[in-house]
Design a protein around this ligand. Sequence first.
Ligand code: MRU
Length: 366
Amino acid sequence: MKVDGIPYRSIWLNENGWAVDIIDQTRLPHEFMVKSLGSMQDAAEAISVMRVRGAPLIGATAAYGLALAMREDSSDENLVNAAETLLATRPTAVNLRWALARMQQVLTTVPGEQRVAMAYALAAKICDEDVAINHAIGRHALDVIRNLWQQKPTGSETFHILTHCNAGWLATVDWGTALSVIYQAFDDGIPVHVWVDETRPRNQGAALTAWELKSHGIPHDVIVDNAGGHLMQHGLVDVCITGTDRTARNGDVCNKIGTYLKALAACDNEVPFYVALPGPTIDWQMTDGVNGIPIEQRDAEEVTHVAGKNSEGRVDSVQITPDGVSACNYAFDVTPARLVTGLFTERGVCKASEEGLLGLYPEEME
Ligand code: MRU
């Protein structure tokens, strides 16, 4: 991904060789600011206040967080404590648990003095793998998208894709998951137009997805979260593609709150609904996503207030509810597998079901 012509990833090692640089996503789209994380606590804070967010990027940041922790104190005790602190930052995206478990599994087998180098090397590997995985997701999905485009009546000028939240390069180390598909379809010559759900309460669609698509030159319109059903009813959506924070073994997909309603509307209007995911987002122990996946509840102020740029160009937050009102902030919901047309993964496209997933990941058979 390029920002003003300069290639970036969303996380990288600082030139000093040990600090970890991130794009502070709480400042986008109004300000592009790089922040250096110098400690495990910095990494934990960045995840919990969502300077970094998106399932794969949370995992990558946690991996580097453990590397920073090992630099501070490479004892067994600190390894366990740091992993616990990082794991407690956000509950829903399983990539966090996956990355920490992978790091711990390797680090516990080597003596303390080798842990720092080993931790940095493994965190870098997790990041490189994420980039390759996300690129492959888009490549595999391209055939499906091309087919859908070719099925449109001759004379159609645009292929409309609806997406929710931000499943782009900012949610991953690069490429994105749902947006990887969109970037590759657009680069392949399909005349893509994207409906971008604003994605209240934090507006990751309006702020981040729109910023990414604009940077890549992809035509798009931001829509309010409730517009999707109307657009689908009137034939203005050819396919929905979203990401996921945790996919259960049975194919249920958990993603940003509101995804389920889009899937229901898609089903009612016979619009294909695909979900793009990297292997580390699959929770193989979770057999029932709807009843089992923990749903993060965040601060009510994200609902009662909205942040944006005011007429003087300053970023500000305003209250939109009456004083003292109570609000609930469920951050994710689960879309049952029956509403999902298919899953785009780095190994290919499959049905949203245990059989479908095991066909691509046979090593997970019990
Ligand atoms: O709360 P967020 O911004 O971390 O939520 C992100 C999403 O819901 C994404 O759609 C999901 O992580 C998949 S992106 C690769």
